[in-house]
Design a protein around this ligand. Structure first.
Ligand code: ARG
Length: 467
């Protein structure tokens, strides 16, 4: 298309180089903003009518015409032409085909700069709400499994070494708590997404008597942004979303990694359903955890999108520059990636079959109750914890030499290390007693985990506990 024929073309004589058109166009990705673009345009037109900037008849004609364009957009009937650059010009051009010259009044007191920032914020607000619900769904699935396994002992690890007995429910709830904070982070970010740039116009505001509060209200924004230059230039809301998404992706990757390990025949803590396993083209026995591996990997992409857009925004002067057109692809890709990962993770968690025997096996032989022995010495014999730690170390060494667990040592053998041991010590050396004893708030005792689950439900899932 010749530049002179474009919406902004009257000051040009010659057409753009083909490559200019190619680098400039964004319709291939910003067509996703169709709904938001049209909704925001309708709010703008109505406000122009109410303020007497255009007549109410003109406003009505524009709004009705935009409804028709929206319908075409929704049903995939809108024609996309790279020369028309972006979704904003496409919508306006189509509107003109439908209602004629009056379409040209829609852009009064507005610029594509405030328009695109408005559309983008509206779109991201919707995406944040969808993702928050998806995370809530994943948490619901986690809680359902956790609830079944508050009494399923497993080895709690630090440094990947057997540390203390915990239960599988407690372990899963640790992820549910991380994911809950991820939703809180997204909701906090949403507050800063949900402010309206509309009416900032190109950068300096406008001399037309617009009502920015009215358009903000109509579009569900909390308020108009207080500075028109900031309105068109700010993208920190997008960065904040990418950062929150990257943190969530990293959390998902930690759970995914554990599920990959757990599903290995060498560990065997869980079995993935057939629906979430893939076969090997050469080794018929295999059940590969591809979905978990891909969730693990895709968080890397999201980190990349955050880094990429931070780099775009770095050093950008006030106010709008075309650099800002590069904001959309990383956000769209992040949202798509997260929605996919969340659906896969929720399915995997819902379907996985835990194997309590395999979990118990790793509690036999790592001396997971050594801390309980040291704690017993402190409690019952009044030795200082440091000394109790030393005594327990010697007991562990003795058991290791004999090739048995500390609970299998004879009292007389223990008394050789420290004379204050008596029969009662054996009561704290079992995995069961260790686990049930940790009743502190947030601890691993089944009753504490059940309380954690009840609180989590009431405060976050809001389904309540049947009492
Ligand atoms: N497609 C553009 C973007 O995404 C719309 C804003 C264009 N504004 C301008 N002054 N050229 O940023």
């Amino acid at each position: 298309m010749n530049n002179a024929k474009k919406q902004w073309g009257s000051r040009f004589e010659a057409g753009p180089a083909a490559i200019m058109e190619k680098i400039n166009t964004s319709i291939d990705f910003d067509r996703r903003l169709g709904l938001e673009d049209i909704t925001a345009s309708q709010a703008h037109a109505q406000m122009l009518g109410q303020q007497g900037i255009i007549t109410t008849d003109e406003a009505e004609t524009i709004v009705a015409g935009l409804d028709e364009v929206l319908n075409e957009w929704r049903t995939g009937r809108l024609n996309y032409i790279p020369a028309l650059e972006d979704i904003h010009t496409h919508v306006e051009a189509r509107l003109r085909e439908k209602i004629g010259q009056v379409a040209g009044k829609l852009h009064t007191a507005r610029s594509r700069n405030d328009q695109v920032a408005t559309d983008f914020r509206l779109w991201l607000r919707g995406a944040i709400d969808r993702i928050s619900e998806d995370i809530r769904g994943l948490c619901t699935a986690l809680v359902a499994v956790a609830e079944q396994h508050t009494e399923t002992p497993m080895a709690g690890l630090t440094h990947m070494q057997v540390a203390q007995p915990v239960n599988f429910g407690h372990h899963l709830m640790a992820y549910a708590q991380m994911f809950r904070r991820d939703v809180e982070r997204l909701q906090d970010c949403r507050k800063r997404v949900n402010e309206s740039p509309l009416g900032s116009a190109a950068l300096a505001g406008t001399a037309f008597p617009i009502d920015r509060f009215a358009t903000a209200r109509a579009l569900g924004f909390a308020r108009p942004l207080a500075n028109s230059m900031d309105g068109v230039a700010a993208r920190d809301f997008a960065l904040e979303f990418l950062a929150a998404a990257a943190i969530h992706g990293v959390h998902l990757s930690r759970l995914a990694e554990e599920m990959v390990l757990w599903s290995s025949a060498i560990i065997g803590y869980i079995r993935f359903s057939d629906a979430f396993s893939t076969g090997s083209s050469i080794m018929p026995q295999k059940r590969n955890p591809d979905a978990a591996e891909l969730v693990r990997a895709k968080s890397g992409r999201i980190i990349g999108y955050l880094m990429g857009f931070l780099s775009v925004l770095k050093s950008l002067p006030m106010t709008y520059a075309k650099d800002l057109q590069e904001d959309k692809e990383p956000i769209f890709a992040t949202v798509d990636t997260l929605e996919l990962c969340l659906a896969a993770m929720t399915g995997m968690v819902r379907d996985m079959q835990p194997n309590p025997e395999a979990m118990l096996k790793h509690l036999q032989g790592g001396f997971p109750t050594a801390t309980d022995l040291a704690d017993w010495l402190v409690r019952e014999t009044n030795v200082a914890f440091r000394e109790a730690h030393q005594i327990t170390g010697k007991i562990v060494r003795m058991a290791e030499h004999k090739g048995c667990d500390i609970s299998e040592l004879k009292l007389a053998e223990m008394q050789k290390v420290a004379p204050m041991f008596d029969e009662r010590v054996f009561a704290v050396l079992s995995v069961e007693s260790s686990m049930t004893s940790r009743v502190s708030y947030g601890g691993t005792a089944p009753e504490a985990v059940r309380r954690q689950i009840a609180d989590f439900r009431a405060e976050f899932l809001q389904t309540g506990e049947p009492s």
